[in-house]
Design a protein around this ligand. Structure first.
Ligand code: GLN
Length: 485
């Protein structure tokens, strides 16, 4: 049925008139109604708007001016401001926030004629690796309902893995596209910093945040990137650089490709069962003609501590706009302005968000700024220099996305540091602003394992090509969680 088709297949069916967008949209809306209570992947389902968009898409297809994504349903992470629709970012603070405008990513999908089914669940303000910090309740992993889907784009990952939507958007500040993609058996791409506009994407850590696609295949991610990427004058860090056709280079041969294996990604801390499928993938790339090169990213171990100074520092500043005055949650009957601030923020934010605001405020305070924030910025430079050196030797870097498969709900929620370590292989990529991907590569302990590919700046096409070549030889990405076939 339709839910087993990839985005590319659905797009072809729509263009050929084999199905209408209204039929397809209704089909996925019905499936969400029937199945989402099992996994809690949506915060809002925008049924009426979706059907109206679908009707408009059908007219566009009939008139012969449709693009590849016209009429194709997808899900939008609730971090993107969406005009007229609740845009909560997974927080009680924004539970009552109906956005008055569209994020650039949202308008780009609208212009393409894609159909938004709804807004997906996420860790509060994108802080988390398990999707347990959402005000709207935890999301469950469709592969095992006792386990987490990863975070913070866990709702997007669970929705696509359970075939409730053919694709979704995610955002990745330290791993939030790649880690949930890995834990839910999806393909996800975090583009180069500046490639996709951050305008209207509710800010967590502005120097790290980047939006990207989550889907079943690299080909689908390429189709989504064609819509999402591009310069935006409304985002001052957006980069004015031509957008390639991301589907054009999917079929480049792998022969001669130099793949670097950083020794730091294969050491202590990596579950040996997770290492096995990664080693098999390396062997397969060798068979395809790639050259494997051992490399080192010597400052990798610093990436988690550096991130947990930089990201909280930026979030403490970004979240200061949620003050109960202009928008979002406001406490009942404030006594005075200070009481309004304190209680609105105290009631509106969850535990993890408060922890980060406190850490960030501390790191930025006059007495500690040099010792923490400035020090972290210097180390951040060393971490990106490691990659610069590595890319003088190799074309792409390969390793696991996450040291472990999906863990049990509640297992790490009382131990923030062990939760933070879930992103040990993904965070350095954000600190350096590089593109990274996660690709389904097999199973360990009966749960999906993701292969991470890291590219040089603006080499998204190459990453998609390297992932696509692998997906032509394997069928991990086709596997569907039992109960959602
Ligand atoms: N898990 C990381 C964190 O909690 C990364 C989150 C993200 O990429 N948004 O900050």
């Amino acid at each position: 049925m339709y839910h087993n088709k990839t985005l590319a297949e659905l797009s072809a069916m729509l263009q050929a008139g084999e199905v209408s967008s209204v039929e397809l949209t209704q089909y996925f809306l019905d499936r969400i109604k029937a199945k989402d209570s099992e996994i809690n992947s949506f915060i809002s389902v925008t049924e009426e708007q979706a059907l109206a968009q679908a009707k408009a898409a059908d007219e566009r297809i009939a008139a012969g001016n449709a693009g590849a994504l016209t009429g194709v349903p997808f899900a939008q992470k609730d971090i993107f401001c969406t005009e007229g629709v609740r845009s909560s970012c997974g927080s009680k603070m924004l539970d009552n926030f109906i956005s008055p405008y569209d994020a650039t990513v949202v308008s780009k999908f609208n212009t393409a004629g894609a159909v938004m089914l709804g807004k997906t669940n996420m860790d509060e303000f994108a802080m988390g690796s398990s999707n347990e910090t959402s005000f709207y309740g935890a999301v469950k992993n469709p592969w095992d309902l006792k386990k987490v889907p990863g975070g913070s784009s866990g709702g997007s990952a669970a929705a696509v893995a359970a075939r409730l939507a053919p694709a979704a958007t995610g955002t990745d500040t330290g791993g939030s596209i790649r880690q949930p993609a890995s834990l839910c058996n999806l393909t996800g791409l975090k583009p180069t910093y500046g490639r996709v506009s951050r305008y209207g994407m509710i800010a967590f850590a502005s120097s790290l945040d980047q939006a990207g696609p989550m889907a079943r295949t690299a080909q689908d991610c390429a189709l989504l990137m064609n819509v999402m990427a591009g310069f935006d004058e409304k985002d001052s860090t957006s980069i004015e650089k031509e957008v390639p056709d991301y589907t054009a280079e999917l079929n480049q041969p792998i022969k001669g490709l130099k793949i670097g294996l950083p020794k730091e990604f294969f050491g202590d801390g990596l579950d040996p069962e997770v290492a096995k499928p990664i080693q098999e993938a390396i062997a397969l790339y060798k068979e395809m003609g790639a050259e494997i090169v051992d490399i080192s990213l010597p400052n990798s171990a610093l990436s988690v501590p550096v991130y947990y100074v930089v990201a909280p520092a930026e979030c403490s500043s970004n979240l200061s706009r949620m003050d109960g005055v202009r928008f979002g949650h406001r406490c009942e009957e404030p006594k005075d302005l200070e009481d309004l601030y304190k209680r609105s923020r105290g009631e509106g934010f969850g535990e993890e968000v408060k922890r980060r605001i406190l850490i960030g405020t501390y790191a930025l305070s006059a007495g500690y700024y040099d010792a923490y924030y400035i020090k972290a910025q210097k180390l951040r430079r060393l971490i990106s220099d490691d990659f610069k050196k590595a890319f003088e030797q190799v074309d792409v870097i390969l390793g696991p996305t996450s040291p472990n498969v999906a863990f049990n709900m509640g297992e790490k929620s009382q131990d923030p540091v062990s939760m933070y370590l879930s992103d040990i292989y993904t965070i350095a990529v954000n600190l350096a602003g590089l593109p990274g991907m996660s690709v389904p590569a097999g199973f360990a302990h009966d749960m999906p394992v993701g292969l991470q590919l890291i590219g040089n700046y603006f080499e998204e096409s190459r990453l998609l090509n390297v992932a696509h070549a692998y997906q032509q030889q394997t069928d991990w990405h086709d596997l569907c969680p039992p109960g959602f076939e």
